[in-house]
Design a protein around this ligand. Sequence first.
Ligand code: SAH
Length: 353
Amino acid sequence: MKDIKSMFLPELEEEMKNLNQPRFRAGQIFAWLHKTYVTSFSEMTNIPKALQEKLSKEYTFPVLRIERVQESALDGTRKYLFALGDGNLIESVFMRYHHGNSVCVSTQVGCRMGCRFCASTIDGLVRSLEPSEILEQVYRIEKDTGETVSNLVLMGSGEPLDNYENVIRFIRLISDENGKNMSRRNITLSTCGLTDRIRALAKEDLPITLALSLHASDNETRKALMPIANRYSLDEVLAACDDYFKMTGRRVSYEYSVVRGVNDTKDAADRLGKLLKGKNAHVNLIPVNKVEERSFERPDAVTVQAFQNELEKFGINATIRREMGSDIDGACGQLRRRHLKESDSMTKGETTV
Ligand code: SAH
């Protein structure tokens, strides 16, 4: 069975041609999938019954099931745990900002990048998501909330550039004018720094924002936090980001998770300032979220503030990430882990508290 929701409109037109159907059927089906977000072929009411049946025999499309939702009493942030068709679980987050609603999507079940402070990578990579499964996170959330999502960050579980083809297809589909038509300028892709893929992304002609997870201003510290730093040096990954800016004109964001006693010193801030000085850069300081299985702690607010001030001396625009939904499982991957642990202990006959 072919996944009809991961197809571009011209591909769908080709399929209709092979089924001896008029070309406009493709447009109708595309709209049902990407504008109305139907969950079955039988809801496609302007498609003749016989064709609906034929389609359901040859094609399929995933519909994510909401397994759990946590809503923050503080700011209305909603964290979704979705079940995929094969039973795997993924997380997505819905956030309300003054500039519009934003969703953070996962691109893989688990992750194989191994960043030391991250919950998503603890059990490694299970599998990559299909384009349709990434789309579904946004579509289901729009249906569930009844609100429009105008901004998107690829910052959930998984490394987007490790699922390159599907992620690019997802971005093209969600910004297709015949579908949801999300502005590409409102999309941010975050990577731990797969440098060759950053270079490939720059050539895709997609005006999205690139965010690099930097987290250190020297190679040794970066290696201690992120295994990917053994493959690409800071110089290499930063050069790729510079080229990304040159080719796309899009300002690059640098994420820096501040970890107490690891990368939070004045020296570290100075080095970061020197590395990024003169670039059209924005630094996002993220006090590290505590992950149960990890020992990393966030510095106190004064230290984070001092780090920001130090960067500003170099003329670097830096913001401290406002924590959304701090009363619900914070760091990426934690809701899924907790849920898995709970169902595991339940099947073992233990009680959960
Ligand atoms: N794989 C991609 C995107 C997913 S993570 C990447 O590495 O960029 C999104 C951001 O959250 C990354 O900057 C990641 O390093 C950061 N992050 C992960 N776990 C975190 C934690 N416990 N505390 C703070 N930031 C974290």
